[in-house]
Design a protein around this ligand. Structure first.
Ligand code: ARG
Ligand code: ZN
Length: 880
């Protein structure tokens, strides 16, 4: 909690650590309310440090000190200073290594912040990234201090039969009073944020992986007994990830054991602790009847992500937390590549871009905008953002595009080889890519320091006489907090040209002829000319979304319909359909605001008809082509967001398409409504996606036939994808069996926490009337729990971040509700509390009345006493 005004930490103030800790020995005597920690630190002065004071400052929070000794000599109180954040020993040996032994006590049960050592259900577990280790014992809690850890855990044999930590098991034994101990040793030096321990009544699902060099690795997934039947997919995903990293990056696993533990209470998705990943159950557990196809994909993605961190994060780690994107942006890029290879690269790319444009672009355009390498923070946990992760991944992707797959790989090889065992910076990464390829990326580096989403404005001019096309590209970037003026960036823009018959027109540029090229946009304004074009081609620009920018280019509806039909680039083909829908929806929004009658442009009906009748093979892709742009994406395109008009216009399009293409939707639904539960190949997943996309349209018709279909599917479904899709159609319509279906679903799944999360989310995101009353009632439901982050996200998070229509109710009830919950969470779990503030951060984007109401709630939050640093930073910066 905050007493004085919170301190800001700056990147420019970085200095190397004064001391290093080469070896640590940790002993835990585990008890729920009173765990004793004995820590032996082997320290020495860091030769790289310029500081010359004799004192040693170790960081620690919420710890109770029992004793401290140096080289066997207990310290008197006058020899050290203790405050809420540090333990300062006034004098330590300067000329030789020395040993400090600290004994302290912690209370895991009282730890509702879920940082450090805490209790989740009946098991003990840890979360140390970013700065949680200091809640376990005093330490040099910073990533550039890397130590070899030996850990001994002692605990009750019945309560904690399984005792885990990083590395290899090196000893175990029995003790009196039904207690036992296990010792672990991690041979790799690591920063303390990668430390972990787990103790509990856990079942182990075991398997094996043989690496490319023939080493046998034991794979172990630990879960509570009732979840043993939901681990097979996670295990297969892990093996897939290990193989993929060998094949794609030449990277092999290094320990003999890889463990994953699934816990119910977790602030984020998962954590890459060396050899002992701790996961939110959401990203491990899956059975066909409990998890949707998307859940299956997310699990594989997150398992991959944490596994890939073993190299991009653990073997080569970050020098300081400003470099977070060095490991996160790179690792997200790697997990995106992996998921694309495992499923469909086209579909994966669209999903990632969609998430980036709806959510990260909003962050980049708002008061919390920051570069992927931030320059200052109050609370680092607030910087595990869409910008650091997702935009960070886009920056790595652009490097991949600029260097080509082979050049990128060469650069990565050099990076891992040059920096293995080190804590490094984003600069080191770029430098390795440059050196390996003999190129210079000076201007490109601005992506690391400049915030905001660049805008590319494109004009085209065709000259029939010279048979030339001239493309003029202007780049600009709106100001962001502390960055009023922006410099031009190096932006790779992939380009293709289409002839009138839809075929590719050859691009003659700078003496070469190709079907597709990447333009290097580097200046504020640049013109590119293409020769030998007897007819004016249709331009397909920013293919594959080759840069995280907003593209502005005049397009007619017919031109977009043409691209939707013919573009060979799967991303741009989808994008043409999206932009077609965007234009149509915005005309309707204008009509709504002027109280004019609504009419649907026939061109979109024709476009959708051709999408419905031409599968092209990848049915998941076809389902995406049918999805209208989300309300949150449309909001991003409006100067002043009109939530009601956006909702009304989009619903009108959806309903009218359903009416006019009723037969086509119904036919596709029937054709693909098969029982393929338990089958997860691309074909079955695609059929479910397409069928359920059709159901979602058909449900807008609100007729007996559709009510019947939805209810039928709901009760007969044997997989969660179909059951959820049916329930969603029921909940988001006036279906007469709504209450009965929701009750039946609850009764069916009341033992499965992750399914009950879906039940909460579905109700919280409904656009039907009375949703707010439902949300309030659900807050009092016996299954709701403020101490379980997944539950908080599924109700409060879902309502405030994924239900714009009701959250932004003009009477301000949604805003007041959210602020109440933020304040309640602030004392329980600051990280989760601060994530919930996001719903209010974009207040400047709304009309004056809503602005006032939102601002009022932010001010109320900031004025509250005992605000955590986490909430204070987000709320105060949102107001600034
Ligand atoms: N490194 C983890 C991941 O990307 C995220 C951990 C973040 N934890 C936190 N408390 N901020 O997988
Ligand atoms: Zn990560």
């Amino acid at each position: 909690m905050r007493d004085a005004s919170p301190q800001t930490v700056f990147l420019k103030d970085y200095t190397p650590p004064e001391y290093l800790i080469d070896q640590v020995e940790l002993n835990f005597d585990l008890h729920e309310q009173r765990t004793q920690v004995r820590s032996i630190l082997n320290l020495r002065r860091n030769p790289q440090s310029q500081e010359r004071s004799a004192a040693l400052t170790l960081l620690g929070e919420e710890l109770q000190l029992v004793s401290i000794a140096i080289d066997g000599q207990p310290l008197e109180q006058s020899q050290y200073l203790l405050d809420g954040e540090a333990l300062i020993v006034h004098e330590v040996p300067q000329d030789r290594p020395f040993q400090i032994v600290i004994e302290n006590i912690i209370n895991p049960q009282a730890n509702t912040a879920l940082e450090g050592l805490y209790l989740s259900s009946s098991m003990l577990c840890t979360q140390c990234e970013a700065q949680g280790f200091r809640k376990i014992t005093w330490f040099l809690d910073r990533p550039d201090v890397m130590s070899r850890f030996k850990t001994t855990l002692t605990g009750d044999k019945s309560k904690y039969p399984v005792l885990l930590s990083n590395g290899n098991k090196v000893g175990q034994g029995e003790l009196e009073n039904n207690r036992h101990w296990v010792s672990w040793e991690d041979p790799f030096a690591k920063p303390c944020y990668l430390f972990a321990l787990v103790a509990g009544q856990l079942e182990c699902v075991a398997d094996e992986f043989v690496t490319m060099s023939g080493r046998r690795i034991a794979l172990e997934i630990f879960v509570e007994k009732h979840n043993v039947d939901k681990c097979a997919h996670a295990m297969q995903s892990l093996k897939n990830a290990m193989r993929w990293d060998e094949e794609t990056y030449g990277l092999e696993y290094d320990l003999d054991l890889y463990m994953i533990v699934a816990v119910d209470h977790f602030n984020m998705g998962a954590m890459e602790n060396k050899g002992l990943n701790v996961f939110n159950t959401k990203f491990v557990l899956a059975r066909p009847d409990t998890a949707t196809d998307s859940d299956y994909e997310h699990i594989e993605g997150v398992i991959g992500h944490e596994y890939f961190h073993n190299w991009s994060g653990n073997r080569v780690t970050c020098r300081d937390w400003f470099q977070l994107s060095l490991k996160e942006g790179f690792t997200v890029f790697r997990d995106q590549q992996f998921s694309g290879d495992r499923t469909s690269p086209a579909v994966k790319r669209i999903e990632d871009v969609n998430a980036l444009r709806t959510r990260q672009f909003a962050e980049d355009a708002g008061p919390l905008a920051h570069p992927i390498r931030p320059e200052a923070y109050i609370e680092i946990n607030n910087f595990y953002t869409l910008t650091v992760y997702e935009k960070g991944a886009e920056v790595v992707r652009m490097l991949h595009t600029l260097l080509g797959a082979a050049g990128f790989r060469k650069g990565c090889d050099l990076y891992f080889q040059r920096h293995d065992g080190q804590a490094v910076t984003c600069e080191d990464f770029v430098k390795a890519l440059e050196d390996a390829n003999g190129v210079e990326l000076e201007q490109f580096r601005r992506w690391y320091s400049q915030a905001g989403t660049p805008v590319l404005t494109v004009g085209q001019q065709y000259d029939a006489e010279s048979q030339q096309l001239h493309l003029t590209i202007q780049q600009s970037c709106p100001p962001t907090p502390n960055q009023p003026v922006k410099a031009p960036l190096h932006i790779p823009v992939k380009l293709g040209l289409l002839a009138a018959d839809g075929s590719a027109a050859t691009i003659h540029y700078n003496g070469s002829s190709q079907a597709e090229i990447t333009l290097n946009v580097t200046e504020a304004e640049q013109t590119f000319s293409f020769a030998k074009l007897p007819q004016q081609p249709v331009v397909s620009l920013l293919r594959g979304f080759s840069a995280p920018v907003t593209l502005k280019m005049e397009r007619s509806l017919d031109e977009l319909a043409f691209l939707l039909r013919h573009d060979s680039d799967t991303f741009n083909r989808w994008e043409a359909g999206q932009q077609l829908a965007v234009q149509v929806i915005f005309k309707l929004i204008d009509a709504i605001e002027l109280s004019r009658p609504l009419q649907l442009e026939p061109v979109i009906v024709d476009a959708y008809r051709s999408v419905l009748t031409d599968s092209g093979g990848d049915l998941s892709y076809q389902a995406l082509l049918l999805a209208l742009p989300e309300e949150s994406y449309l909001s991003g395109q409006m100067a002043i967001i009109d939530v009601e008009a956006i909702h009304q216009a989009r619903e009108f399009v959806k309903k009218t398409l359903a009416e006019q293409l009723h037969a086509e939707f119904k036919q596709l639904y029937v054709q693909h409504h098969l029982d393929e539960s338990g089958i997860f190949d691309a074909g079955a997943v695609g059929r479910r996606r397409l069928k359920n996309a059709c159901l979602s349209y058909l449900s807008k018709l609100e007729n007996e036939d559709v009510y019947h279909i939805a209810e039928q599917q709901f009760y007969s479904a044997r997989n969660m994808t179909d059951q959820m899709a049916a329930l969603s159609a029921i909940v988001n319509s006036n279906h007469p069996a709504k209450a009965r279906s929701l009750d039946s679903f609850y009764m069916q799944w009341r033992q499965e926490a992750l399914v009950i999360d879906k039940w909460f989310t579905l109700q919280a995101t409904s656009s039907m009337p009375n949703t707010f009353a439902t949300v309030q009632a659900l807050m009092k439901h016996p299954a709701f729990d403020m101490k379980t982050p997944n539950r908080v996200r599924s109700l409060i998070g879902a309502f405030s971040q994924a239900n714009p229509l009701h959250f932004h109710a003009i009477n301000g009830e949604g805003y007041r509700f959210l602020a109440d919950q933020v304040l309640a969470l602030n004392t329980l779990n600051p990280q989760i509390a601060s994530r919930m503030v996001t719903g209010l951060a974009q207040w400047r984007r709304y009309d004056a009345a809503r602005q006032g109401l939102m601002k009022q709630q932010l001010q109320r939050i900031v004025a509250t006493e005992h605000l955590s640093k986490d909430v204070y930073e987000i709320a105060s910066k949102s107001l600034a």
